[in-house]
Each structure stands twice: as structure tokens, then as C-alpha cells.
Design a protein around this ligand. Structure first.
Ligand code: NAP
Length: 465
């Protein structure tokens, strides 16, 4: 295959990746988007294999083994993983992208002829720069993602660990990396290459350790962005157009997603990176136990109130995802609609544990898209609503975000559920949400707590209907 043809095919796969991103931006087109992405990746792999075939049977066996084992493991994991564990899975996968960038750069360093980056016994300076930068970003992504995975999966405390002088240490490490990179380009020393790897691995860990559980999804998307830039850097070394395009797409989309999440939480990107928000309760899901009395109701009470309501706004959150209550919830909404009740869903941009988490679950339960509203479109309707039905959400309804300057969620826009005539709050107990802060809405006169697993409570309400 000529270079021109393979470049053209790589551009076609790049266009398919862009169409995939476009498709994934809405639940109605997301399957199609996934399909474009798969075809694009298949085309890129085939073009690489035909354009630069592995030399010899042994290399073919290795490539096919890698494809089979990697693809097989990916398929099994994707089938098995619950939606609630998706953020840590993404973090784990990013760590592999980082590791791959390190492995490819090392491959290029030890077999430069295969990559055409050496002339008269000396590396091209530009290739040394790409290799050094790619390997540094890859190694930072690797350890950073492993720690993000451990925190999100509850294998490590979600509490921010504040090391003394951490900003100074990180700045010194970063400066050391720049120096090593310059020396590596000048000397072509393999020892310096591995020193860059070691320093970057340490820096990746140190950057992520102080970041609290609640900020972890932002960090995961930031690492996603890093892994993209690492891949793009390695794409330049390999002279592979598909890798450059894909890396740039992943890098920029991850950066945009981080920005959107920070904006939705009213946090600056710098404050997330500097760490400190979110506590142990964050990863455990709930922590503080409150002793003040609350008004408690039963499924029968809830069914009675909602049947007699005109307008009900449903506010789903992380607890709905844990309980997998979305199907029962849709059945409940269908019943209410039959009774002539106007039912809408209010989605907070950071409800759940990843962007679009609630939209995906509601789409899976076939909730009509025209009943689902974003925060800014529905917030003004709570004062007219008879019932705000909060199912497994907590932080995204917490008025402390508006009133308490000392609260870690201060400034985050929230859904004004407390303005509805009645607030029905489903959760298992008095535990706090991800940010580990108490919610005053539980104690308001117009709030009725419905304690229990979200799915079980909704099923009981359905029976009570
Ligand atoms: P949340 O504040 O974490 O609260 C979820 C609540 O669900 C908990 O208080 C828990 O209370 C309850 N719960 C857990 N399992 C349950 C079950 N089986 N049945 C019923 N209730 C259950 O959730 P949220 O309101 O969705 O807020 C999301 C949080 O994640 C925010 O702090 C946001 O900043 C953060 N975050 C999200 C993203 C994102 O992209 N979505 C990104 C970054 C940060 P009990 O333990 O008492 O049941």
C-alpha cells in the first residue's frame, strides 16, 4: 500500500472518530457514534497492518495475540462492569494508554532503524524531543491513573493526602524533568531516558494523591486528556497519522470535558489540580450520621401525595444508579402520567459519578427525551411543582452550596428542590453524599424522608398505587 493511500485511509478513520464523538454527545445517536468509532478503529488497524506489515511469522503471531488477548479482555470487562464502576474502569484503561506510550517510546529508542528516526548513528533531534515528552506524559498518566483507580474503587482512601511542601516538591520534579529532557536530547543517553520515566512515575503519583474523591472524575478526564497527548507525541515519533489524529482528539476532548465538569461544580481547574476537596465519606458514599429528627414517610404516603399532585419533578442521583432503580422509576412515572400528573426529570450536570450518568440510565429505561431537562431549563419550575421526588441524589440538591461559604460545595449550582410544595427524599439512611457534607433539606418542614434502597422504595410505591 502506498504512503498516500494509507494517509488517506488514516484521514478517513480520523473523520469516523470525529463522527463518533459527535454521535456520543446525545443518547439517541450514541449507539451510532460507537459504531463509527469501531469502524474507524478497525480501519486504522487494518491500514497499519497492511501498510507496514509485521516482519515475519513471529511478529504476526505477537500482533494477533495482542489483538486477541487485548480485544477479548476488553470485551469481557465491558460486558461485566456495572455502570457505577465505570469511572474506575476508565481510569484503569487510561493507565494502560500511559504504559503503552512508555513501551512504544522505549521500543523506538532501542530499535530506531525500524522507526526511521536515526541517521549516521544519531537520532533526529525532533524524534528525541517527541520520545522524551511522550514518555514523560505517558508515565505521569500511568501512575496518576493507577492512583485514581485505587481511590475510586475504594482500595485507597478517597481523603486528600496533603504531603508537606508538596507544591514545592512537584515544582522541583517538573523542573528536573525539563532539565533531563534537554540533556536527553543533547546526549541521546538511554540512562537519562529511564530517569525521565522514573521521575515522571513519581510525579504522576504525587500530583494525584492530594486530590480528594469528589474531584476524581475531573482528574480521570484530565488523565484522559494527558493519555491523548502522550499518544499524539508517540504518533509523531512513529510517523503514524492515525495516532496523531486520535491522540489529539482524545487530548482535546478530555480537556474540554474537564473544563465542563469544573464549570458545573463551580470549581476552578487549578483548584482541582492543587487538590484538597472531598473526604473519606466521598468514596464510601456516605458517612456522617445525623441525630436531629426528620419527618419520615411510607411508600403509601408517597403514592397518595403523588397521585394527588399536578406536577412532579423527579431528581435522580448516584443512589438511583447504585440501586438500578431507573426501570421501576419509569414505570412509576408512567402510572402517574396515566393519572394525569405532569412528570418531568431534572438532571444536574454532575449528578452521579460521571458526566451524562443519569441521562444514560434514563435512556436505558426508555424515559422519553422530552421529559428530561437540564438544570438551567427546569430550576425555575420547582416553586410550581407539587412534589420534588429526589431519588438517590444528595449533593446536587444541597442549599448549602448557595448559602454556606465554608461548605466545600459552595458555589456549585444546585437543583432548588426545597422550593417544591413537598420534597420526597429517597435514600437508605442519613448518610452524606459524595462531598461528605450534610443536607439541610432533610430537616425542612416540607420534606418527607423515604428510607430504603431506591429500587425497593419505588417498587413499594408502585404496589401502593
Ligand atoms: P451524592 O451526593 O453522592 O448522593 C448520593 C446519595 O445516594 C447518598 O447520599 C446515599 O445516601 C444515596 N444512596 C446510595 N445508595 C443508595 C441506594 N441503593 N438507594 C437509595 N439511596 C442510595 O449524589 P449526587 O447528588 O448525584 O451528586 C453527585 C456528586 O458527585 C456531587 O458531589 C458531584 O460534585 C460529584 N461529582 C460528580 C461528577 C459527575 O461527572 N457526575 C464529577 C465530579 C464529581 P445513603 O447512603 O443514606 O443511602
Amino acid at each position: 500500500m502506498s504512503e498516500n493511500v494509507s494517509s488517506l485511509l488514516y484521514i478517513v478513520s480520523g473523520v469516523l472518530f470525529i463522527m463518533a464523538l459527535r454521535g456520543l454527545s446525545h443518547p439517541t445517536t450514541s449507539r451510532q457514534g460507537n459504531m463509527y468509532g469501531m469502524v474507524g478503529m478497525g480501519l486504522a488497524i487494518l491500514t497499519t497492518l497492511v501498510g507496514h506489515p509485521p516482519s515475519g511469522a513471529g511478529a504476526w503471531v505477537l500482533v494477533l495475540l495482542g489483538l486477541g488477548l487485548g480485544g477479548g479482555a476488553g470485551a469481557v470487562i465491558a460486558k461485566r462492569v456495572p455502570m457505577t464502576a465505570m469511572p474506575q474502569l476508565v481510569a484503569a484503561f487510561h493507565s494502560l494508554v500511559g504504559l503503552a506510550a512508555v513501551a512504544v517510546a522505549a521500543g523506538a529508542l532501542y530499535a530506531p532503524q525500524a522507526f526511521g528516526i536515526i541517521e549516521n548513528g544519531h537520532f533526529h533531534k525532533q524524534s528525541l524531543f517527541e520520545m522524551g515528552l511522550g514518555v514523560a506524559i505517558g508515565a505521569i498518566t500511568f501512575t496518576g491513573s493507577v492512583i485514581a483507580f485505587a481511590k475510586l474503587d475504594g482500595r485507597m482512601s478517597g481523603k486528600p493526602i496533603m504531603l508537606p511542601q508538596r507544591h514545592l516538591i512537584n515544582a522541583l520534579l517538573a523542573a528536573g524533568l525539563v532539565l533531563l529532557l534537554a540533556l536527553f536530547i543533547g546526549t541521546e543517553s538511554k540512562g537519562l531516558f529511564w530517569l525521565i520515566v522514573i521521575l515522571s512515575l513519581v510525579l504522576g503519583g504525587l500530583i494525584i494523591i492530594p486530590i480528594g474523591g469528589a474531584d476524581m472524575p475531573v482528574v480521570v478526564s484530565m488523565l484522559n486528556s494527558y493519555s491523548g497527548w502522550a499518544a499524539a507525541g508517540i504518533g509523531f515519533t512513529l510517523g503514524n497519522l492515525a495516532l496523531i489524529i486520535t491522540g489529539a482528539l482524545v487530548g482535546s476532548s478530555g480537556a474540554i470535558l474537564s473544563y465542563i465538569m469544573c464549570h458545573a461544580m463551580n470549581r476552578s481547574f487549578i483548584s482541582v489540580i492543587l487538590g484538597g476537596f472531598g473526604g473519606d465519606t466521598a468514596v464510601a458514599g456516605s458517612g456522617q450520621v445525623e441525630t436531629r429528627p426528620v419527618k419520615q414517610g411510607s411508600a403509601d404516603d408517597a403514592a397518595y401525595i403523588m397521585k394527588n399532585a399536578e406536577r412532579v419533578i423527579i431528581v435522580p442521583g448516584y443512589g438511583m444508579a447504585v440501586a438500578q432503580a431507573q426501570h421501576s422509576l419509569r414505570e412509576m412515572a408512567d402510572m402517574l402520567k396515566k393519572e394525569g400528573v405532569d412528570v418531568k426529570y431534572a438532571i444536574h450536570p454532575v449528578a452521579g459519578r460521571m458526566p451524562g450518568h443519569m441521562n444514560v440510565l434514563l435512556a436505558e429505561a426508555n424515559v422519553p427525551y422530552d421529559e428530561v431537562f437540564e438544570l438551567e431549563d427546569i430550576n425555575g419550575e420547582f416553586p410550581q411543582a407539587d412534589v420534588a421526588f429526589v431519588i438517590g441524589a444528595n449533593d446536587v440538591t444541597n442549599p448549602a452550596a448557595k448559602t454556606d461559604k465554608t461548605s466545600p460545595i459552595y458555589g456549585m449550582p444546585i437543583l432548588d428542590v426545597e422550593k417544591a410544595k413537598t420534597v420526597l427524599f429517597i435514600k437508605r439512611g442519613m448518610g452524606s453524599g459524595y462531598a461528605g457534607v450534610e443536607n439541610e433539606v432533610f430537616f425542612r418542614d416540607n420534606t418527607m424522608m423515604l428510607f430504603g434502597d431506591a429500587k425497593k422504595v419505588v417498587d413499594h410505591i408502585l404496589k401502593a398505587f
